[in-house]
Write a new protein. Structure first.
Length: 432
């Protein structure tokens, strides 16, 4: 065995780190290090080996650094979308997804495409809250391995649903097809009773998911007339959430109706997704439990664009109209009630890459200030995902997740839709 002296080993390590040190100097005209703090004037963010190692006044550059000249732009923390569906594309008629082409393999390739589109739109972290089988896990791992470019991705895999619920693949099919689907192993994501639901959570955890998503109510685009009220019993919800938390997984609940929202909150869910018809009780309970509200306002615009075009089943059209009438009302209630808010869009219901438009809607429809919308879009998502020590602000020691945009997003919320540069974990995203 080759023996190396301590001094020689240290010297070799120094040579190796000098050879591999990847240093960037991102020079900003205006710098937002923290959406909740005053912005800085011309500044430089120093990035070494994927981490932020310094914030300096003016345009500087250490020797050997790659200079990124964004002196006409605002540099800010990368955006975080906690509700996407990378493996789905928008505006497919409901029957189209039954075609042979839509395998899990095809879904994974769709996800790879959408991961890059989402990163280019300024999102350096996303949470995928519903995909077919293991497709989103494959996308996450391929990006993490550096095989394909994309944001940091966390995934829920298949969401849990009650029989006949929002994620039951057999809903709306003929009895013969329904029975055939019910007999397939993937049906473990439909569960009944506390034992089956705990088992389903453990199976997903063993599959390698980062969080659990369950359907606490029906969905706007579901076929059938089952409505938007509470799905799963209180006990089933508690079993799902307690089992996930014991495995250190956060839990997101899809919920539109007030009773389903409140049941999920009382059972200890970490975030309410959509939250369309949240009432005063729901707001009070969210406040008491520290639950996050994720409005997905863009999803409503996506759904409304599908009305009257034969893309939806008739019962879905009715629910889409009802939900559209409540567009932004729940977010405004949550905002006024002092509830914690994270940005989520439901990209996949509308075309990926438009995610940053959610910030403008949070201001226009939800009544948030541009600054509070930006906090939700950066620090909010990081906190909900348990990533506050890693991302959400430009702080030395954290991962280099940053973007450059035109204009000042603290004044004009639509500034974030003009993205000139994106860096994820210290790696620049190819912009074309
Ligand atoms: Zn969704």
């Amino acid at each position: 065995m080759l023996k190396i002296t301590t001094a020689a080993a240290t010297a070799m390590a120094l040579v190796a780190s000098a050879a591999h040190a990847d240093t960037f100097a991102i020079q900003a005209g205006r710098l937002i290090v923290d959406a909740a703090a005053p912005e800085r004037g011309p500044s430089t963010v120093i990035v070494t080996d994927g981490r932020i190692t310094g914030i300096e006044d003016g345009a500087t550059a250490p020797a050997g650094a790659t200079v990124v000249d964004m002196r006409t732009k605002t540099v800010m923390p990368g955006l975080i979308d906690v509700h996407v569906h990378l493996t789905s594309d928008a505006n497919l008629p409901w029957y189209e997804t039954l075609r042979p082409k839509y395998s899990q393999s095809y879904a994974a390739i769709t996800g790879v495409k959408n991961a890059l589109i989402t990163a280019r739109a300024g999102f350096t972290t996303v949470r995928d809250v519903g995909s077919s089988g293991t497709s989103a896990i494959a996308v996450r791992d391929a990006v993490r391995d550096g095989s394909v470019p994309g944001p940091r991705i966390e995934v829920s895999g298949q969401p849990l649903s009650m029989i006949g619920g929002h994620a039951d693949p057999a809903v709306g099919l003929s009895p013969e097809l329904r029975d055939a689907i019910a007999a397939t192993p993937e049906m473990f994501t439909v569960c009944t009773g506390t034992e089956e639901c705990s088992k389903a959570v453990r199976r997903l955890a063993a599959e390698g998911v980062d969080l659990i998503k369950f359907m606490a109510t029906g969905g706007v685009l579901d076929p059938g007339d089952i409505g938007l009220e509470q799905h799963f019993s209180d006990a089933e919800m508690k079993a799902i959430i307690d089992t996930a938390h014991a495995l250190h997984l956060k839990v997101a609940a899809h919920a539109h109706g007030a009773k389903g929202i409140d049941a999920a909150v009382r059972a200890g869910v970490d975030s309410v997704e959509h939250g369309t018809f949240v009432d005063a009780q729901g707001i009070a309970d969210m406040k008491a439990h520290g639950t996050y509200y994720v409005a997905t306002l863009l999803a409503f615009r996506g759904a409304v664009g599908m009305i009257g075009k034969g893309l939806l089943q008739p019962s879905s059209e009715k629910k889409a109209r009802q939900a559209f009438e409540a567009w932004g009302v729940g977010l405004n209630r949550a905002y006024k009630g002092g509830i914690k808010i994270a940005l989520g869009t439901d990209a996949g219901v509308f075309p990926h890459g438009q995610n940053a438009q959610e910030i403008g809607l949070m201001v226009a429809k939800g009544g948030m200030t541009p600054r509070d919308a930006l906090i939700a879009a950066t620090k909010g998502g990081a906190d909900l995902m348990g990533l506050s020590t890693e991302t959400g602000t430009l702080t030395p020691g954290k991962s280099a997740d940053l973007i450059a945009v035109d204009g000042d997003p603290l004044v004009d919320p639509n500034a974030v839709t003009h993205v000139a540069y994106v860096m994820v974990m210290g790696k620049p995203i190819p912009m074309k």
